[in-house]
Design a protein around this ligand. Sequence first.
Ligand code: ADP
Ligand code: MG
Ligand code: MG
Ligand code: MG
Ligand code: MG
Ligand code: MG
Length: 668
Amino acid sequence: MGLLALGTPFEWAEAKEHADNVRRLGIQQLIDIWKNYKGNERDVLLWGDETEYLVISFDDEGKQAYLSLRQAEILNELAKYRASEAAKVANGDKPIPTFHPEFGRFMLEATPGAPYNVGWDCLLSVEADMKLRRKIARNHMAPNETPISIPSYPRLGTPGKFTEPYHPPTGSKSRSQFLPDEVINPHIRFPTLAANIRSRRGEKVAINVPIFYDKNTPKPFNDPTVDYDRHLFPEDDDVRNGAAKEGHIYMDAMGFGMGCCCLQITFQAKNISEARNLYDQLCPMGPIMLALTAAAPVFKGFLADQDVRWNVISAAVDDRTKEERGEKPLEKSRFRIPKSRYDSVSTYISDSPRLLPEYNNKDLVIDPEFKEQLMKNGMDEILATHFAHLFIRDPIVIFQETLLAPPDGLADHFENIQSTNWQHMRFKPPPPGESIGWRVEFRSMEIQITDFENAAFAVFIVLLTRVILSYDLNFYIPIDKVEENMKTAHARNAVHEKKFHFRKNLFPTRPVTPTRDEHGRISRPPSPSRAESDADARRAQVDNEYTLLTIDEIINGSKSTSDDEEDGFIGLIPLIESYLNTVNVDVQTRCDLARYLDLVSKRANGQLKTGATWIREFVRGHEDYKGDSVVSDKINYDLMKRVEKLGNGTGELDAFDEQLLGKGWRRV
Ligand code: ADP
Ligand code: MG
Ligand code: MG
Ligand code: MG
Ligand code: MG
Ligand code: MG
């Protein structure tokens, strides 16, 4: 959403004085949206993806790769291009892709020119659209620059030069030891975000990622790049106070997290109820897809003992005070808050009776006044709880001008809180005054090296939503198990080595026929003691509904190991296949879809490697690698070249690349 309003942001000391006001205005804006749009019906099913890129600047003579800091210039060129094509688009040409700024000044985000509809042709045009985005982006860069798509840049924050141009690692916004403020998008919103998160927290953010111990890695590992003797800012004390943990790669700035790239998919549902259902059903898929798309094994020049970016971003924007984190008794802060603003979902939101209270088993921190106000305005308790939970957070960046403008007909204050709650799903209400419906965003996936892979995961999730809606599938497990899965998904090679809580039977169970007494009357509602034992029975039932499965079992299904049919799990790809058998798809479409489903299936069963494993093995097999977990400039240069080659679809695949992509992947 367009949060790039220009203006004068408050520094934290002042912003916090206006926080209550912004929250109140935001809730009022939400109430207006709710009133105006809750009755939306028959919105069309639309969807769209977001792909993010790092801009690499190569020095081929010196065999060096750097992050290019020319985001603004490149976006400028892209905007000119878009304008020059406007007439053609007005005459009916396909809208050209849209490019957006991101936190990192070395990043770009791209989306399709317009959202896709439900047609098969749209589904099959995604890969070509993604390729077109990459090509257009590249065409508006310098000849030695290229967009690449991996989640985390291996040399971000390493000693010496890692950006083009070079900037020494200092700056009053982040106060980082490793990242210059020049890596931040200079639009005033972004440096203010970084500075205000740090100020609110009362110290720098502290990101500790476990080191991957290789045969020559010093044990115990103490991050050798940490400077314990710097005295530029008060925050330099953080490391003297123990911010950098033994056995971990230590990072100290927002840019390490928000400088990561992901793949997100947004769906528009036909009405609010369907959107709420989709949000809940996709929620348990978040950790599964995180592990399956894992592509981030290197941080700050070291191999990590994890494969994904998620907890790095989570810690990178963790603005909670010590009191909120539970490290000090509550005095000045209002709540104990168990999670960062960027974290897994903590509550389901559907209005369906299938959402049993036992699934929402987290003690949710909420603002009770907002909950009451929303309910007084007709919002049901479940949805009111969701928003009252988001609204425990402070707005981080407040533009002074927005407090002077009348709030009516806008969503800016609402979005200020909403879009800085970075959970793995996002429930997006309609923006006022536009013909956009209730949407749901799936946010956990890691960006993939090639558009083939990005399209495959996008197509898989889109097909899954169709199956969910067509068969009215039920993915509910207790939300604390989703949270546990999210942690599990971080482990190195979690996709093959870990098990995840997952619902055993996805099909809707038949409604229980009401019991009747001997006169044929429907039994009376249960007495209180009965209700209590019902709750116990429900808990027992819920505990029996899910089990631990591997991702292979979840995606590809598992055979029953005994006579008990119930033992086996159907598998999401077999489910999608059977759905495709029932709808009218032509043979060509079916073959084209099979390419994508095949990739997802083989990533899950281990026939193909994840991006994370592929990158890790590339590093460990490199002639310059010393077995000490260090990913040197030289290794990085060769890796970036390889990733560029795959991303741009140029050059031949060798056997190693085929372990990532399979044979014959370059068909579109
Ligand atoms: P954000 O950054 O807030 O998540 P973006 O605007 O960057 O949102 O991207 C959202 C995605 O949603 C894009 O792929 C876009 O094409 C898609 N999209 C836009 N409008 C709709 C809609 N009405 N329904 C579904 N998807 C939409
Ligand atoms: Mg965004
Ligand atoms: Mg976006
Ligand atoms: Mg983005
Ligand atoms: Mg260097
Ligand atoms: Mg998004």
